[in-house]
Design a protein around this ligand. Sequence first.
Ligand code: NAD
Ligand code: LMR
Length: 337
Amino acid sequence: LSRHPLGSFESHRGGLWESVRHSSSSPKVALLGASGGIGQPLGLLLKQDKLIANLALYDVVNTPGVAADLSHIDTNAKVSAYTGSGELHAAVEGADVVVIPAGVPRKPGMTRDDLFNTNAGIVRDLVAAIAKASPKALIAIITNPVNSTVPIAYEVLKKAGVYDKRRVFGVTTLDVVRAQAFVAELKGLDASKTTVPVIGGHAGITIIPLLSQVKPATKFTDDEIKKLTPRIQDAGTEVVNAKAGAGSATLSMALAGARFTNALLRGLKGENNVQCSYVASDAVKGVEYFSTPVELGPNGVEKILGVGKVSAYEQQLIDAAVSELNKNVQKGVAFVK
Ligand code: NAD
Ligand code: LMR
């Protein structure tokens, strides 16, 4: 009998299905919003992550079915289901990492900020439960508007007296994934070996791809930069419009979310690694939250690596993003206070 060699994939960038040394601990990941458009494929990918011993699926609906389905996959992560707020505490208790894609997605014509009224309360309540049940967990927030939901999470943890700025992450990995796909396509590079840092936030002009820092070193004409930058900034809207009312990016987001979760887990076990993420940061003057490359390790954020050397055009983008980000941050902070 031969087995499909899923477990032996060496994924690019140190990635998702990397063959890993056996770890004696039993990492638990809780996925909140597990029955949704992102939640289901993300659960599928997390079920294949060899670093996860326990995968707790939480949603307000349909979790038993998703869990029964995933639990028939012959990988070692043990899957459990939790439904509704009465089971939230148990879902997140003892979690090392909590990943949150719970909340409504955009339809054509909406901005991410238009989701604030519904999603702010969802994130607040989920993080309040985490503060009680697993205050040391690393929290990865996918729910939009990320520029505001991350400050909301911080404020909730502060209120609960368990604030640790190293442990809350806005997941901006999809911006990096897209930038790498688009650059590789344009320049005929191997997408699996192309890296593009994307900094700032996760909405419109706050998304700042650093094309001057692409690896392998790549030259772009001004015209290429002026076309590629807005394409990366508006890529989420490109998917929202193509889905025409059926939601936003789910499959590429699931990949990005699984990749980021794996990076957090590797960090927790001492395999420090660098990812872009939107976190509490002093990297850029005049704003308290900013995505830059950060070093992940046993405590979450070990080091903020900053924006590095940028072009004059990229510096203009950073300057323009700061006031927009401040508005988003203030809105989140005011919601909790
Ligand atoms: P979806 O509607 O398909 O799924 C959302 C899930 O959340 C549903 O299963 C729903 O039941 C669940 N949910 C709602 N309230 C909940 C609560 N209080 N507790 C637990 N679960 C709850 O939406 P989706 O396409 O999966 O998108 C989810 C979110 O992710 C949206 O806010 C979207 O904008 C965001 N998103 C972010 C990125 C990013 O790059 N950060 C990318 C894509 C989507
Ligand atoms: C994305 O970038 O795809 C997500 O933020 C979803 C959206 O609303 O665009």
